[in-house]
Design a protein around this ligand. Structure first.
Ligand code: GAL
Length: 692
């Protein structure tokens, strides 16, 4: 079930009660002489900025020594911003401990799996479980909260920053102690732990809690359940830090909403955000595009998942980039139109705030080549003109603030336990990429013009969906298997893939033939996995090609239809894709990696029984992404041109909030967005196509 949150979303209404979207950035005035601050506020007003995140990396300035504080500069900045009508999402400033603290207390520094100390010199060099760090961090939070509790610029608290970006896994003695406590709480007894971890394997049986350690560098593969629990623990340890800061803020400023910026994006795996969502008053996310063939699919996927984590309520895009970042191998600048288009794709998926890292591009430091709203070239630049133009667009879209994301008929299930576990070492293949498989399904749906929700498992009521796609749902506790069975019995159509339903919550195999937990539901039995060598492919008789994985599979139920067989490979002539009819619904199993092309061929067959059809005319599919937000009176249809082509759409209904729509027709230029407001209940589907 989705949980209640964002009850205290701070921005949907301005002081005058009118709806508005937030526009802003991380603001780091301490990097600049004070003369620049006034210009900053003036330019922010010109751009339409109404909220900035402040003091994220200011600890060393605010507390120059253990018993010395300097808030004067921050007071001044807060006052200046307030005078300019700009609200502040004020950081608790605990993200990067200052040199005096790490010198006095080197025991707060994280330790890697190989026993090396993570030294200061960058940022986030602190152990989530260090009691010493916690004491110092909370002291700072107390000072900040006491000082700024009643400051009129304060609109929200920004706890720490991107918790776990660099310090998710710490193997120190503090971590070992906290890990033991966590395990004790989970298993109660050492016997329980020994059972769950299967410690009779390789003589790992523990006879005293003190013997239990994080999975530090070992002679061979560390115990897999130890690895999984360490991942769960590490996510919880950071959440615990978040809760500790939160408790203090709640005590001192009970009416100020608080958040922390999640990182739902490619490459970030350690934090189970579905499990963190209820700790914040509104979900905030940072997202950076990872260039590649599916880069905007990935942007959309991440924004969509963020919305799923937020229970489809509005969320806050806390950071993204105006153009290039500085931390990829090659840092591509955004093409014309991409700055606004990417921002609006987040808005389409429920963001009520569009913020960037950062306001003014740094002149020094590790991020001086990272783009910003005001580039090195200054405000007389194309980039700043784009920034101003986006501010203008967001004002035009103000009526959308507060609207939820409309649910789709199709859900793609996302599960952190399965992600972590399916990619462990000592498995049939080390090439499995959980997020990539999920993204491929999403890309294929986009190509067909079918909207889908990315929803976190264990947190989402599936019953409202017609189709649930669960790629690599590897960890299936009994409860989840029952839920999925109920879903299909109630008429839902479940689709799952290779390496799903294999283990329980302790990473123990469900015995008797794979996929144990889903065997009856799918009506198939697998005796052996057939992972494929790098570059090897197998043909299927539905004109698709598989890679990565195959299964030695037999059908065990008369209710199973074979949708495709292998034509080549180790299991030629055996079933490759099956569909079991159960009650009113069905359960499909796809035993190989089909990739986006293959999935786009297969999906119509899977969607048809559920009555799911394309939202777009043929000529717009795979080019334009339709997304809908809605409130009590209106539906807001976003049409986001993700391509470099002109796309023509017609039969559009509703008032035009954005885009060159006239008489219900639209030629959407490359990388542009149109938004229509329709009355609730009005059909969202445009028709006709033909490129001009
Ligand atoms: C985020 C971080 C920002 C900045 C940005 C650069 O991870 O929160 O402080 O470093 O990335 O892309």
């Amino acid at each position: 079930m989705t949980a209640p949150l964002t009850s205290r979303f701070p921005y949907a209404k301005g002081d005058d009660g009118a709806r508005r979207l937030v526009y802003g950035a991380d603001y780091n005035p301490e990097q600049w002489p004070r003369e620049v601050w006034e210009e900053d506020v003036r330019l922010m007003r010109e751009a339409g900025v109404n909220v900035v995140s402040l003091a994220i990396f200011s600890w060393a300035r605010l507390q120059p020594a253990a018993n010395q504080w300097d808030f004067s500069w921050l007071d001044e900045v807060m006052d200046l911003l307030h005078a300019g009508g700009i609200g502040v999402d004020l950081a608790t400033a605990t993200a990067s401990p200052p040199p005096w603290l790490t010198t006095a207390h080197p025991e707060i520094l994280p330790v890697t799996a190989t026993g090396e100390t993570v030294w200061p010199g960058a940022r986030q060099h602190w152990r989530p479980t260090s009691p010493v760090f916690r004491t110092h961090a909370l002291r700072l939070v107390r000072e900040m909260a006491t000082r700024y509790a009643d400051h009129p610029a304060l609109v929200a608290w920004h706890i720490n920053n991107e918790l776990g970006c660099h310090n998710i896994y710490d193997y120190s003695d503090d971590a070992a102690r906290a890990f033991r406590d966590w395990l004790h709480h989970r298993y109660t007894t050492l016997d329980g732990l020994n059972r769950a971890w299967g410690t009779d394997f390789w003589s790992q049986r523990y006879s005293d809690w003190e013997q239990v350690l994080p999975p530090r560098l070992a002679a061979s593969h560390p115990n897999p359940t130890q690895q999984l629990d360490f991942k769960r623990f590490s996510s919880d340890a950071l959440k615990d830090h978040l809760l500790a800061e939160r408790a203090l803020l709640r005590e001192l400023t009970p009416d100020v909403p608080l958040t922390t910026n999640f990182m739902v994006m490619s490459g970030i795996k350690g934090m189970n955000y579905a499990d963190w969502a209820d700790t914040v008053d509104f979900v905030a996310n940072d997202h950076y595009v990872a260039p590649g063939p599916q880069d905007r699919d990935e942007l959309s996927f991440s924004a969509n998942l963020t919305s799923g984590i937020a229970g489809r309520r509005p969320w806050f895009l806390m950071e993204h980039s105006t153009s290039a970042v500085n931390w990829q191998a090659v840092n591509l600048a955004k093409q014309s139109g991409e700055l606004a288009r990417d921002a609006l794709l987040h808005v389409a998926h429920g963001a009520d705030a569009v913020c960037f890292f950062q306001w003014r591009q740094s002149a020094a430091g590790a991020e001086k080549y990272h783009s910003a709203m005001v580039p090195h070239a200054g405000a007389d630049s194309e980039l700043f003109r784009d920034v101003m133009s986006l501010g203008h667009t967001l004002r035009a879209l103000a009526p959308i603030a507060g609207a939820e994301r409309e649910s789709a008929q199709v859900a793609v299930l996302f599960d952190w336990d399965s992600w972590w576990t399916s990619e462990h070492d000592s498995h049939p293949t080390s090439r499995l990429d959980y997020r990539r498989e999920a993204l491929d399904w999403y890309s294929a749906l986009f190509r067909l013009g079918v909207r889908a929700d990315i929803v976190p498992a264990h947190r989402t009521d599936l019953s409202s969906y017609d189709v649930v796609i669960a790629p690599v749902l590897h960890v299936v506790p009994q409860q989840l298997a029952k839920e999925l069975t109920r879903f299909t019995e109630g008429g839902g159509h479940l689709v799952t893939t290779y390496f799903s339903g294999i283990v329980d919550e302790n990473d123990h195999i469900w015995l008797g033939g794979y996929p144990g937990a889903l065997r009856d539901l799918l009506g198939v039995r697998i005796e052996e996995f057939g992972p494929l060598a790098d570059g090897a492919v197998v043909d299927l008789d539905n004109a698709t090609t598989g890679s990565l994985w195959t299964d030695r599979m037999s059908v065990t139920s008369p209710d199973v239809e074979i949708l495709a067989r292998y034509r080549s490979g180790p299991y030629a002539a055996r079933p490759a894709i099956t569909r079991s009819t159960t009650g009113l619904g069905s359960a499909t199993y796809v035993s190989t990696r089909l990739g986006v092309d293959g999935l786009a061929v297969l999906l119509p067959t899977l969607l048809a029984p559920a009555g799911v059809t394309s939202e777009l005319p043929e000529g717009a599919r795979g080019l334009v992404e339709p997304v809908v937000r809605c409130d009590a009176d209106s539906r807001y249809l976003f049409l986001v041109n993700r391509s470099d082509e002109h796309v023509r759409l017609s039969d559009l209904t509703g008032d035009v909030l954005l885009g060159p729509v006239s008489d219900g027709a639209l030629v959407l230029p490359p990388r542009q967005v149109a938004v229509l407001r329709q009355s609730a209940g009005e059909p969202a589907r445009p028709s006709a196509d033909e490129a001009p």
